[in-house]
Each structure stands twice: as structure tokens, then as C-alpha cells.
Design a protein around this ligand. Structure first.
Ligand code: ADP
Ligand code: MN
Ligand code: MN
Ligand code: MN
Length: 400
């Protein structure tokens, strides 16, 4: 079993130091999303007080040329504290601080999906376009926050189902035989037993760590492919969805580090007859949750049907390329080129849960987002189409 060298270090000895009193000092671990749009970075500073809110926390900076976020000649980037959580690794009073990244001129780093790519052509042709349009700039929180502030009165709620795969440090799925494959899919989903659940220790540790931190995690389950798992975060209102999911991902990376294994959010880690990994996004507004809300849900689905391509471009960090490997129309997915919707249909782009169809109110599930999606742009896209009633391929610029 390929696990990391650091996981072999004596954890009991480490605990001896972690139990030392820390006086009046507080460790604040600043976390941010790097230029890949998927990777997370962190660094720690000592504070001589306990911060209670974001306003208490100082801005900071880092070297953007080492995180795919800037050229070496102008590489100082600002870290702007955006959300604060308890630190489940160093424990109280220490903090995790999720940050936005601003450039040297204090502008947010840009938006990778505002290209014209994909208007003219098929997905294989789109591949060529994309190579020229992906820019290593990724602060998608800023715009998401603006869009959410425009629809506050609708009280948009989100719940995201984060699927992921555990790997050894050699990149091989955790617990799979080193030569060959485990038995075919069937017994693993929500399975129990050493031959069905691969790596539950990680899942249990992550769940508790999220609860301690204050992440709004609402459940977990083993997935269809062995070594694949899911956790759910939500319901979260507005910008909180992105903040909570990113911190939940950070905590998962960090827990896996302690166990010496690696988490992958790749949407199709193993090709062939193995399920991919998505990030189903459940969405509702105040109106949808009230009596007769099903009608409002159906209106939203009509709008989404007319804007499939815009959403596909927003639903993975490569503008649709990653999801092209996953959304094949097989393994409980829809086809990437076609929009579909249905009650209790797990082969559709949008699923209305059976209970919602029955109650005639509630929420709907967008099954298209990839496991490595950026929740800021996914939730923003849903609000733009369903609440701001945008149409067409490009997001509206409200600053003009
Ligand atoms: P599935 O049956 O698709 O596997 P899960 O139980 O894994 O569903 O996830 C359901 C998700 O829906 C959770 O993240 C939960 O927070 C979210 N959710 C529940 N009610 C609402 C709602 N009214 N609006 C938005 N999200 C909701
Ligand atoms: Mn689920
Ligand atoms: Mn799932
Ligand atoms: Mn789901």
C-alpha cells in the first residue's frame, strides 16, 4: 500500500508537542485557491489576539509566481480574509481563514470561463479552442458575492454533494489490488465491511473535523466505485456555499495527508466501467420551498434547458473538457451535449427528487457539475439563469 513517508512519522510523539500550552498566541492558517482553480494553498501566521470575525484579521500576501497566479516580475498577491473557521487540527483558539486573492493592483484575479469558445463547434473542436483561453487566474468568489447580493431577498439555498476518490501516493486507487481491479461495481455503494468500504477512517475523521470547524456538512456515504466516497454540504445560503465547500475540501486534503493518502477530485479517475465523480448541486429559493413551489422549479428548468452550454462551460475548471470524460450518458450521468430533466431520473441533467414531485415544493438537483468544479461559479451560474433570468452564452456584466 503506497502511503506517504510523513504518515510513517510517530504520531504519538507529535501529539506530545501539540499538547503544549500556547500562551496567548493564536495560529491563523490562511487558505486560498491557487491558479489551477483546483489546488489549495495555505500558510500560517501568529496573532497576539483571538480573532472573532473577518474584520479582526489582517490582510496578508504571498508569492503568486509560485502558485500559477502571476509573473515573477510582479508577483506580490494580496490575501484578503473572507471566512473564518475553527481549526480542527490545531484546535481552539486557532483558526482556518479562507481568503480571496487580489492582484498587485487590488483587482480580483480574472474569470477563466468568459471566452467565446464553443459557440461554433463540437466538443472535440472545442478542445482546441480551450487551450488558448484558459488563463491561470481564479478568484471567482468576488463576482459570485456580487451576484448573490443581487438576489438576497430570494434566499437562494444550495446543497452540494462532493464525490471524491482516495488514492495511494502512487496514484493507484486506495485499497485496489496492485495488479488488476477489484470486483465489479455493485456491492460498494453505501457498503459496509472490509471488502466493500475502502478507507472509511478518512471519511470519519473528515466528518468530525468539519463539524468541529463549523463547516455545514450534512452527511456522507460510500460511492459506487470502491475507494470513492461522498460528503454533502448544505443547505447553505448564497456565498456561504462556496466558502463551506472549499474549506471542507481543504480539511479533506489535510486529513488525507495525516493518513498518508491522497484525495482526487478528478471527474473520471478510472476510465471504463467505473463511475466518475460529480458534485451534484441542489438549489432552491424561498418561492420554491413554499406551497406550489414546483411551478417555480419547472420555470427554472425551462430557463436552464435554453442555456445548457453556458452551464457546461461553468461546471468544470476546463470549461467542459473535464466533464466530457464523465458525462457520457452512462454510469448515472446525462450526455454532455444534451439537456434533460425528470422526476427521480438519475440519468438526467436535472433531477427533481421524488419527494419534491410529491410535495409540489422543495428544490431540484443539477447533476452536471464535475467533482473538481468551483462552487462559486456553479452557484453563480444557477442564480444568473434562474433568478436574474439571463439568456445566451455569456454572463451579463452588471457593472456597466
Ligand atoms: P442524493 O439523493 O442526490 O444523493 P444527498 O442526500 O446526497 O442527495 O444530498 C442532498 C443535498 O441537498 C444536501 O446537500 C442537502 O443539503 C441539499 N438540500 C436539501 N434541501 C435543500 C433545499 N431546500 N435547497 C437546497 N439544497 C437542499
Ligand atoms: Mn448524494
Ligand atoms: Mn453520489
Ligand atoms: Mn445527487
Amino acid at each position: 500500500m503506497a502511503t506517504s513517508a510523513s504518515s510513517q512519522l510517530n504520531k504519538a510523539v507529535k501529539q506530545q508537542y501539540m499538547d503544549l500550552p500556547q500562551g496567548d498566541m493564536v495560529q491563523a492558517m490562511y487558505i486560498w485557491i491557487d491558479g489551477s482553480g483546483e489546488g489549495l494553498r495555505c500558510k500560517t501566521r501568529t496573532l497576539d489576539f483571538e480573532p472573532k470575525t473577518i474584520e479582526d484579521l489582517p490582510e496578508w500576501n504571498f508569492d503568486g509566481s509560485s502558485t500559477y497566479q502571476s509573473e515573477g516580475s510582479n508577483s506580490d498577491m494580496f490575501l484578503i480574509p473572507a471566512a473564518i473557521f475553527r481549526d480542527p487540527f490545531r484546535k481552539d483558539p486557532n483558526k482556518l481563514v479562507l481568503c480571496e486573492v487580489l492582484k498587485y493592483n487590488r483587482n480580483p484575479t480574472g474569470r477563466p470561463h468568459e471566452s467565446k469558445a464553443g459557440k461554433c463547434c463540437s466538443w472535440s473542436c472545442l478542445k482546441l479552442h480551450l487551450i488558448s483561453v484558459i488563463v491561470p487566474e481564479t478568484n471567482l468568489r468576488r463576482t459570485c458575492k456580487q451576484i448573490m447580493s443581487m438576489v438576497e431577498n430570494n434566499h437562494p439555498w444550495f446543497g452540494m454533494e462532493q464525490e471524491y476518490t482516495l488514492l495511494g501516493t502512487d496514484g493507484h486507487p486506495f485499497g485496489w489490488p496492485s495488479n488488476g481491479f477489484p470486483g465489479p461495481q455493485g456491492p460498494y455503494y453505501c457498503g459496509v465491511g472490509a471488502d466493500k468500504a475502502y478507507g472509511r477512517d478518512v471519511v470519519e475523521a473528515h466528518y468530525r473535523a468539519c463539524l468541529y470547524a463549523g463547516v455545514n456538512i450534512c452527511g456522507t456515504n460510500a460511492e459506487v466505485m470502491p475507494a470513492q466516497w461522498e460528503f454533502q454540504v448544505g443547505p447553505c445560503e448564497g456565498i456561504n456555499m462556496g466558502d463551506h465547500l472549499w474549506v471542507a475540501r481543504f480539511i479533506l486534503h489535510r486529513v488525507c495527508e495525516d493518513f498518508g493518502v491522497v484525495v482526487s477530485f478528478d471527474p473520471k479517475p478510472i476510465s471504463g466501467n467505473w463511475n466518475g465523480a460529480g458534485c451534484h448541486t441542489n438549489f432552491s429559493t424561498k418561492e420554491m420551498r413554499e406551497d406550489g413551489g414546483l411551478k417555480v422549479i419547472e420555470e427554472s428548468i425551462e430557463r436552464l434547458a435554453k442555456r445548457h452550454r453556458y452551464h457546461i462551460r461553468a461546471y468544470d475548471p476546463k470549461g467542459g473538457l473535464d466533464n466530457a470524460r464523465r458525462l457520457t450518458g452512462r454510469h448515472e450521468t446525462s450526455n454532455i451535449d444534451e439537456f434533460s430533466a425528470g422526476v427521480a431520473n438519475r440519468g438526467a441533467s436535472i433531477r427533481i427528487p421524488r419527494s419534491v414531485g410529491h410535495d409540489k415544493k422543495g428544490y431540484f438537483e443539477d447533476r452536471r457539475p464535475s467533482a473538481n468544479c468551483d462552487p462559486y461559479i456553479v452557484t453563480e451560474a444557477l442564480v444568473r439563469t434562474c433568478l436574474l433570468k439571463e439568456e445566451g452564452e455569456e454572463p451579463t456584466d452588471y457593472s456597466k
